[in-house]
Write a protein that binds this ligand. Structure first.
Ligand code: FMN
Length: 168
């Protein structure tokens, strides 16, 4: 029987995985049976009655593996409630234009499977851990670095989204 909730994520440096774990913990606290998995580890959606799927933003876009996951599983995902979350560094500033751009990172996946809710959260960037290419891009665009994640906001969203994913 489909009785679990899936929290699936893509990540390059791990910060989105930690956001996914925090969402999963919040759902477990509320009594749900939850799997938190990288999208590449999800083989079969039949055990799940709902799914929360997230990706960091890189150059304005979701990571390709998260988009491909939704594309390949769109039929199954359309038959259960789905929510998306996005993690990006720019969103910490929170202006409407920045939020609009962060939201646009989900345009493609929203066309494939319409979510019942979306979450947009500040992420984390440690330049010492970046690949040469990523470090060069970050220097060029003079992005700020640091851990800007707001765990309270993540947990509050998980609580709200749960009430919409899981009928009382
Ligand atoms: C090369 C590069 C490009 C990025 N592009 C964006 C972007 O367009 N918008 C944004 O909000 N954050 C951007 N970020 C910040 C990441 O989304 C943020 O660091 C996120 O927490 C990384 O997630 P991960 O640790 O799960 O890979 C970028 C980071 C790097 C290294």
């Amino acid at each position: 029987m489909a009785d679990k909730i899936l929290v699936a994520y893509a990540t390059r440096y791990g910060s989105t995985a930690e956001v996914a774990e925090a969402i999963g913990d919040e759902l477990r606290k509320a009594g749900d049976d939850v799997d938190v998995l990288p999208v590449s580890d999800v083989q079969n959606l039949s055990p799940y009655r709902a799914a929360i799927i997230g990706s960091p933003i890189y150059m304005g876009k979701w990571l390709p593996e998260a988009q491909v996951f939704i594309e390949q599983n769109q039929q199954d995902l359309r038959s259960i409630p789905v929510a998306y979350f996005t993690v990006g560094l720019t969103v910490a500033d929170g202006g409407p234009e920045i939020l609009r751009k962060a939201e646009a990172s989900m345009d493609q996946v929203r066309m494939l499977v319409n979510p019942i809710d979306i979450g947009i959260f500040p992420g984390k960037l440690e330049s010492s851990r970046l690949s040469f290419t990523d470090r060069t891009i970050i220097k060029l665009i003079r992005a700020k670095t640091g851990d800007l994640r707001n765990w309270e906001a993540v947990r509050a969203w998980a609580e709200t989204v749960r009430s919409r994913l899981v009928p009382a």
